[in-house]
Design a protein around this ligand. Structure first.
Ligand code: ADP
Ligand code: MG
Length: 342
């Protein structure tokens, strides 16, 4: 059996099964956006790590150092946001192909990292540096904190909860297509920024947790359906998504048709939006609307959870439903296009 047969998530399940946390006081080990470790009194430490590898996550020809630094930190911050936590600080390990990396590029990398770090109130606390050989490799481990009884896990989804997302879906995946196509095009700047410099939803995640609005939450790194699936498996529930409710930006609506016959497949399956997907009891719609205004961030109801649904059902604008095929990014499998699943 090869790794590509079981895929990224099959592999992670295998590790979690074979090596469960031995210390019963650990509130969460493998299986959520961050580990959750008791600290003192009612506070917990959150710990997460994510890496970016040249050739897989970025191409040095199409990203400048500042944006790369930003993105490396942003993808980690997004996991703290998904638990409703506050980030504290991080360590950074770099594998650098020394012969072809300029010091100027590295200076720019740290500038981008610092810019986002300052904005989010996190400090660089240390790291490690080594030769990277063929590839530029970036690994960040980020520490955060939260109140024990406010942390939002993937397994908290309740029957008939509404499902919401922050912001807009699909822009980052479309931005990637624009990067691949190259050149300057209408709205390219905005869509490229959504792909290269995502803004982690720290403030949104924190308020959703502190006000006890969200029952379950995850950040969308691998695509809406793939990340929703983690909530569904862990909450032991199914979901219905209303396609006409998916929040699409004006830029997306204008440009997506040039790159795919099925723009919704980008919104459902394209990764790296780094928005938050969360479930809320349906009697809190007014509270979510108020929170959306307070945050000046769209919080869009896109569907619901249901014990009576197995997996995910997609409902179109005419009320017709069909079962969704699992789509999204898996590091060891190829991205399946929803089109092909039809
Ligand atoms: P995210 O997309 O939120 O960063 P992942 O899908 O990467 O989450 O990981 C899911 C869970 O699996 C997390 O708890 C993560 O810490 C854990 N995990 C991922 N890779 C490994 C690994 N190689 N060894 C142990 N745990 C892992
Ligand atoms: Mg995550």
């Amino acid at each position: 059996m090869k790794l590509s047969d079981i895929g990224e998530f099959g592999f992670i399940d295998r590790i979690a099964r074979n090596y469960p946390a031995g210390d019963a006081s650990i509130l969460k080990g493998i299986g959520d956006d961050t580990a959750v470790i008791p600290f003192s009194g009612n506070s917990v430490i959150l710990l997460t790590t994510d890496q970016l590898i040249e050739g897989f996550h970025f191409c040095l020809d199409t990203i400048d150092g500042r944006k790369l630094g930003w993105k490396a930190l942003a993808v980690n911050l997004s996991d703290i946001a998904a638990m409703g936590g506050t980030p504290i600080g991080f360590v950074l390990s770099l594998g650098i192909p020394a012969e072809r990396t300029s010091v100027k590029f590295l200076d720019n990398f740290y500038q981008g990292l610092y810019w986002l770090g300052n904005k989010m109130g996190v400090e660089l606390l240390g790291g490690d540096t080594s030769e990277g050989g063929e590839r530029f490799i970036i690994n960040i481990s980020l520490l955060g904190k939260a109140c024990k009884d406010k942390v939002v896990y993937r397994d908290g989804g309740q029957d008939e909860d509404d499902l919401y997302v922050t912001g807009r879906l699909g822009d980052a995946a479309l931005g990637l297509k624009l990067v691949e196509a190259g050149g300057k095009q209408k709205f390219a700047g905005k869509l490229l920024d959504r792909h290269l410099t995502p803004m982690p939803r720290i403030r949104e995640g924190k308020l959703l947790a502190e006000r006890k609005v969200a029952n379950a939450m995850i950040d969308i790194s691998d695509g809406l359906l793939a990340d929703l699936n983690h909530i569904l498996v862990q909450s032991k529930i199914g979901a219905e998504i209303e396609l006409s409710r998916l929040p699409l930006s004006k830029e997306f609506q204008v440009r997506a048709g040039e790159y795919t016959d099925n723009p919704l497949s980008l919104a459902l399956g394209g990764g790296e939006d780094y928005e938050l997907l969360f479930s809320v009891s349906s009697d809190k719609r007014g509270e979510v609307a108020r929170l959306s205004r307070e945050l000046t961030c769209p919080l869009t109801r896109i569907g619901r959870l249901s014990r009576h649904i197995n997996g995910v059902v997609l409902k179109d604008e005419n009320g017709r439903t069909k079962k969704a095929a699992p789509v999204g990014y898996d590091h060891f499998k190829t991205l399946k296009d929803l089109q092909k699943e039809k």
